[in-house]
Design a binder for this molecule. Structure first.
Ligand SMILES: *[C@@H]1O[C@H](CO)[C@@H](O)[C@H](O)[C@H]1NC(C)=O
Ligand SMILES: *[C@@H]1O[C@H](CO)[C@@H](O)[C@H](O)[C@H]1NC(C)=O
Ligand SMILES: *[C@@H]1O[C@H](CO)[C@@H](O)[C@H](O)[C@H]1NC(C)=O
Ligand SMILES: *[C@@H]1O[C@H](CO)[C@@H](O)[C@H](O)[C@H]1NC(C)=O
Ligand SMILES: *[C@@H]1O[C@H](CO)[C@@H](O)[C@H](O)[C@H]1NC(C)=O
Length: 212
């Protein structure tokens, strides 16, 4: 039975472990490990936070879509310069662009836009409800009948209507719509259209179209 005895300590391996555990420097090891773990966890949290922040600022930012005229054409232009009350009549065909740079759809309600000659509304147009897809520009055409009928006094406009004269027009519209970015960010945005242009009677065209 004696030859078996030397084997016994070998089987009792945990004992030698306990002996090693008796050394003080080795006793510190678990603490070192846990502090290292803490550093890793914090680093991962910081990296996660940074990634989320970048994700949030790039993909989840709700930017108000652009809303403006792409082009304006003149149709059915009629005018007379006879004093004391010259008159004009024309139809504007406008291409409207709704530029959505967001990573989500923009669904907007129908709205009414106006065309002004000075302080007077000379025409109204309807923008139907619709949708501008994520990172896309929605284009649609609208037309508006503009006439001098609504102007109280056109006497002062005779030189504008006569040869080489021009008429300054402005247009305004406001859309109201919902931006839905990946079902995470939902915001109401109200892009506004503000454009000015000059109508050239002799050329029968619009130039100097500017939108902001
Ligand atoms: C939108 O359309 C509805 C139904 O056609 C109409 O009643 C409403 O006045 C329109 N809104 C605007 C701002 O044009
Ligand atoms: C403008 O055109 C419409 C339809 O053609 C007409 O009813 C109206 O009288 C015109 N306006 C003027 C000021 O001539
Ligand atoms: C229209 O305006 C002109 C000047 O632009 C003025 O001389 C004329 O009296 C005005 N007519 C009316 C009816 O207000
Ligand atoms: C009429 O013409 C004059 C001079 O060309 C210009 O200053 C003025 O803004 C014009 N009026 C309109 C309503 O376009
Ligand atoms: C209007 O158009 C005609 C012909 O295209 C041009 O000769 C004229 O200079 C234009 N008028 C203005 C005010 O730009």
């Amino acid at each position: 039975m004696q030859p078996h005895q030397p084997l016994a300590p070998v089987q009792d391996y945990p004992r030698s472990d306990m002996e090693l555990g008796g050394f003080k420097p080795k006793a510190l090891r678990p603490e070192e490990k846990s502090s290292k773990c803490l550093v890793y966890v914090l680093a991962i949290m910081v990296i996660q936070g940074t990634v989320l922040l970048i994700f949030g600022t790039i993909f989840l930012r709700a930017t108000t879509p652009g809303f403006e005229f792409g082009s304006v054409r003149v149709r059915n232009l009629k005018y007379r310069t006879n004093l004391p009350s010259p008159w004009f009549n024309f139809t504007l065909v406008m291409s409207i662009s709704i530029e959505n740079t967001n990573f989500g759809d923009f669904r907007f309600d129908n709205t009414t836009g106006t065309v002004w000659c000075g302080p007077v509304v000379v025409g109204e147009f309807k923008v139907p409800k619709g949708r501008a897809q994520a990172r896309a520009t929605e284009r649609l055409y609208v037309s508006v009948d503009v006439g001098s009928l609504r102007l109280p006094n056109t006497t002062g406009l005779s030189s504008n209507i006569s040869n080489s004269g021009f008429l300054e027009l402005s247009s305004h519209a406001k859309l109201s719509g919902k931006l839905n970015i990946m079902n995470i960010v939902k915001r109401t945005r109200q892009p506004e259209l503000n454009c000015i242009m000059k109508l050239n009677f002799t050329g029968g065209s619009v130039h100097g179209l500017e939108c902001d």
